[in-house]
Design a protein around this ligand. Structure first.
Ligand code: 13P
Length: 252
C-alpha cells in the first residue's frame, strides 16, 4: 500500500510570525498514522526557520522551486544541494505557476527534476492541463507530454524516487475542485503511462492531487485508488484547514 503524502505549498505567503504560529499549530496536532506523511514547502527565505521548528518531528520539508544548475554564476537561483543542506528532502518542480508565469519549459522542468534527484532529494513533478485543453479533450495527451519530457531525460527508474502531482490548472486557487472521478481518471492514466515502462515503479509512485483541495473534499479524493494525497495551496495556510485534510488522509 502506498503511503499518503499531504504537502502544503505555501506559495509566496506568510512571514516569520505567521509561519511560526502555523507550524506550531500543525505540530500540536499531527495525525498519528504511519500511513500519512506531512510535508511543508515554505518560501526559500523561511525554510531554515521551519527546519529548526520541525526538527525531531515527523513533518518533512521541501522547496517550491529549484535551479536546474548545480552551482556557479546564476544570480538569484538556489541549487538543489543548498536546499538539501538546509534540511529539505523534497522540491516541487514544474508547478503550473512556474510554467505559465515564468515561462519554464518542459525541458527546464526535466533538468530541475534530475537536479533534485542528483542532490539526493525527492522531486515532486507537477503536471496538469488548462481548462482549454480539458475542453478540447486533450487532458491525457497534455499530462502524458509533460510526463514524457521527464521520462525522456531521467528514465522510468527515476520515478522510483519521485512524486507526481496532478494539478489541473483550472482547479488551482479557483475553488473549483476536480471531482474524485475526474481526478481518478487522470491519475489512472498517469499510472498507466508509467506501467507501460515498469509495472513495479508505476505501482509504487505516489500521485498527489492538487487544486482547491480542502478539508471537506479531501476524503473523497484520497479515497480513490490512484490518489495518494494532496498538494495543497490555499488550505495549507491555516493549520485547521491543513489538519482537516491530514485528518481525512489518516482515516483513509
Ligand atoms: P490551491 O490549493 O490553492 O488550489 O493550490 C493548489 C496548488 O497549486 C498547490 O501546488
Amino acid at each position: 500500500m502506498r503511503q499518503i503524502l499531504v504537502a502544503g505549498n505555501w506559495k509566496m505567503n506568510g512571514d516569520s510570525a505567521t509561519n511560526a504560529e502555523l507550524v506550531a499549530n500543525i505540530l500540536a496536532a499531527v495525525p498519528v498514522s504511519d500511513n500519512v506523511r506531512l510535508l511543508l514547502c515554505p518560501p526559500f527565505t523561511y525554510i531554515s526557520a521551519v527546519a529548526a521548528q520541525i526538527a525531531g518531528s515527523k513533518v518533512s520539508l521541501g522547496a517550491q522551486n529549484v535551479s536546474e544548475h548545480s552551482g556557479g554564476a546564476h544570480t538569484g537561483e538556489v541549487a538543489a544541494a543548498m536546499l538539501r543542506d538546509i534540511g529539505c528532502s523534497y522540491a516541487i518542480v514544474g508547478h503550473s505557476e512556474r510554467r505559465t508565469l515564468y515561462g519554464e519549459t518542459s525541458a527546464q522542468v526535466a533538468n530541475k527534476f534530475q537536479a533534485v534527484l542528483d542532490a539526493g532529494m525527492t522531486p515532486i513533478l507537477c503536471i496538469g492541463e488548462t481548462l482549454q485543453e480539458r475542453e478540447a479533450g486533450r487532458t491525457n495527451a497534455v499530462t502524458e507530454e509533460q510526463l514524457d519530457a521527464v521520462l525522456g531525460t531521467s528514465g522510468i527508474a527515476a520515478f522510483g524516487s519521485a512524486v507526481i502531482a496532478y494539478e489541473p490548472v483550472w482547479a488551482i486557487g479557483t475553488g473549483k475542485t476536480a471531482s474524485p472521478e475526474q481526478a481518478q481518471d487522470v491519475h489512472r492514466h498517469i499510472r498507466a503511462v508509467l506501467e507501460k515502462q515498469d509495472r513495479a515503479v508505476a505501482a509504487t509512485v505516489q500521485i498527489l492531487y492538487g487544486g482547491s483541495m480542502k478539508g471537506d473534499n479531501a476524503a473523497g479524493l484520497i479515497a480513490m485508488q490512484d490518489i495518494d494525497g494532496g498538494l495543497v495551496g490555499g488550505a495549507s495556510l491555516q493549520a485547521a484547514d491543513f489538519l482537516a485534510i491530514a485528518g481525512a488522509a489518516a482515516q483513509n
